[in-house]
Ligand binder design. Structure first.
Ligand code: F6R
Length: 592
């Protein structure tokens, strides 16, 4: 899980590489490095942030070629030796790599037998040396890349240059993303398009087992056998991939506040002239299937829990799985299952593993993703884009809400039930109301919670699904242990943990379960818990902490999840933590 950037022909590439790496550090931020050509290969790298790296990289660099990397350690500890770029033993090849080479041990053994030595523990350094070994033998870099593609197992996006070919960048990939940005008199490379939008709106997406030879005036892409490919040039909507903080102190806050416009965009894109706009063949395939299987990880899995309920509402049976569980024990309920993969990034390795199985079984499939051009977007049979705009903060917020809103629309489209659109519009009012009126109270609750070690979220039905997401969000950015419990399960175990002063946050927004939830509240209050209740006007009781406007209760995760997101945000802020980049996590989980 790393970010890579490259530039050829650009005057003063330091600027692009430094900004680009900052934009990509959502992909990993253990260590960072750059390399360039200036009378030989120069490398600067260190453990720590991109900001730290650019305190050691010289201000004035005279080069037309530069590559950079931000790392999230997989093979080898985050130390300076393991930090990219990597240089080969005879100093002929310098490379950055995103991904995991599965057969690196046998490749290393081969190279050791040939007399190669290594300074670090990474699989990436092996690839640099393998490139060098075959380059010295074949004397031709494209042929060398073809050979290396045939040898590598695993995932990779690689950008490199050679000490004797300083006017070219070389790229090749499988499994990990890589995009080329086309300029005039220069060309760029990055893990996603966002770092390049300041320089170009034209891009080429590289597919698996393709490679590229890039100089300042030309981009040539080949298949693994060396045949030249005629690649499409794609124009991207800059607004949707911009990293501009727009005056916000953190991406997470910006992204929470973009939720109303995100939901609005989904409605306006997938419901036009009073008609749903989904692919008719997709709707037919969904209607003809007898079981829908939802698969996701983390927050996206939580969206799938809600999505499953929506499809059940329209008489489809559904099951939900965590990708890393399903991948090793795949089950296919129903005679004609249809699989829905859910992934904000579209690059999550566990889901890519699932897709391989789905394809082997020749099952109908759809991905719901925020990332056009991602591996899942390109490889699933159907793809629906969330159109939420890039999500930079590691904690997913607007994409979660978009996933749920999209599921509500898609399920309703099966029976052409248009009431969902008004329900979603009403939810937008609730979200705006929370944004305008409830932040101070959420902030004061955050102050009360910030020194806690444990807390609970309770809810039933849709509020339970929301509780799961609220709990995940709080733990991942505030490092407070929290658990989500369905109200009905309380007496089956968790109540043993209730003691004086333990915070319990309860959602009471579902009319069918409200009175049971009130019963649960009394049970924990009488055991000393400090209870914070979120309720709707219709179901409110005196003393509730936050009372929001009424909304269609099945849309809890759309209408009020921002309360949970603000809470996690303000707790992390109060604890002085890095809100956008919580420890040990990366935005795009490209390793299993
Ligand atoms: C939590 C979070 C993660 C992701 C998970 C799946 O805030 O963001 O739990 O939801 O890593 O990522 P995607 O959706 O990109 O497949």
């Amino acid at each position: 899980m790393c970010g890579i950037v490259g530039s050829i022909g650009l005057d003063k590439p330091r600027n692009y590489i430094s900004k680009g790496l900052k934009m990509l550090d959502y992909r990993g931020y253990d260590s960072a490095g750059v390399a360039y050509f200036d009378n030989g290969i120069k490398i600067y790298k260190d453990v720590g942030s991109v900001e730290h790296l650019f305190t050691i990289v010289p201000e004035h660099i005279d080069t037309n070629l530069m590559i950079g990397h931000t790392r999230w350690a997989t093979h080898g500890a985050p130390n300076k030796n393991n930090t990219h770029p990597h240089i080969s033993f005879h100093k002929k090849i310098c490379l950055v790599h995103n991904g995991v080479i599965e057969n690196y041990k046998e490749l290393k053994k081969f190279l050791l037998e040939k007399g190669y030595q290594f300074y670090g523990e990474t699989d990436s350094e092996i690839v640099a040396n393998l490139l060098e070994y075959y380059y010295l033998e074949l004397k031709d870099l494209p042929k060398t890349i073809e050979k290396i593609i045939s040898l590598l197992e695993g995932s990779y996006a690689i950008c490199f240059f050679a000490s004797d070919s300083k006017d070219n960048l070389y790229i090749f990939k499988k499994g990990s993303p890589l995009v080329v940005g086309l300029g005039k008199g220069f060309n760029l490379v990055a893990s996603d398009a966002s770092p390049m939008v300041e320089f170009t709106t034209e891009f080429i997406e590289i597919n698996d087992e393709e490679y590229g030879v890039i100089n300042k005036d030309k981009v040539s892409i080949f298949d693994k056998n060396g045949n030249v490919l005629d690649k499409d040039v794609i124009e991207k909507d800059i607004e949707l991939i911009s990293h501009d903080l727009k005056g916000y102190p953190h991406y997470m806050l910006k992204e929470i506040e973009e939720i109303p416009q995100t939901v609005n965009r989904i409605i306006n894109h997938y419901f036009i002239n009073n008609e749903f706009q989904f692919d008719k063949k997709l709707i037919k395939d969904l209607n003809e299937s007898d079981h829908i299987i939802f698969i996701g990880c983390g927050t996206s899995y939580h969206a799938g829990l809600v999505g499953g309920r929506y499809f059940e509402k329209y008489n489809k049976s559904a099951s939900r799985f965590i990708a890393s569980e399903w991948a090793f024990h795949p089950t296919f309920p129903g005679r004609k299952p249809f699989i829905i993969l859910i992934s904000q990034s579209g690059e999550t390795a566990d889901l890519i593993h699932c897709l391989k199985i789905i394809k082997e079984q020749k099952l109908k499939n759809l991905v719901i993703t925020n990332t056009g051009g991602s591996t899942l977007d390109r490889n699933c049979e159907y793809s629906i884009l969330l159109r939420s705009g890039i999500e930079v903060s590691v904690a997913s917020t607007k994409a979660y809400v978009a996933q749920v809103a999209l599921f509500a629309m898609l399920a309703a489209a099966l029976e052409n039930d248009k009431t969902v659109v008004d329900d979603l519009r009403q939810s937008i009012d609730v979200i705006n109301d929370i944004q305008n009126n409830f932040k101070p109270i959420i902030q004061s609750v955050a102050e009360e919670l910030k020194d806690q070690k444990n807390l609970f979220f309770f809810g039933r039905s849709f509020d339970y699904f929301l509780s799961l997401e609220a709990s995940l969000k709080l733990k991942e950015i505030s490092y407070i242990h929290s658990e989500a419990v369905p109200g009905g399960e309380l007496k089956h175990g968790p109540i043993a943990l209730i003691e004086k002063g333990l915070p319990v946050i309860v959602f009471v927004t579902d009319p069918d379960t409200a009175s049971s939830m009130r019963g649960n509240i009394e049970e924990v209050k009488s055991r000393g818990a400090k209870v914070y209740v979120v309720s709707t006007e219709k179901l409110a009781k005196e003393g509730d902490t936050i009372i929001v406007k009424n909304y269609a209760f099945y849309l809890s995760s759309v209408a009020i999840s921002s309360i949970a997101f603000y809470l996690a945000y303000y707790v992390a802020l109060a604890k002085g933590l890095n809100v956008d980049k919580p420890r040990n996590l990366a935005k795009s989980v490209t390793v299993e």
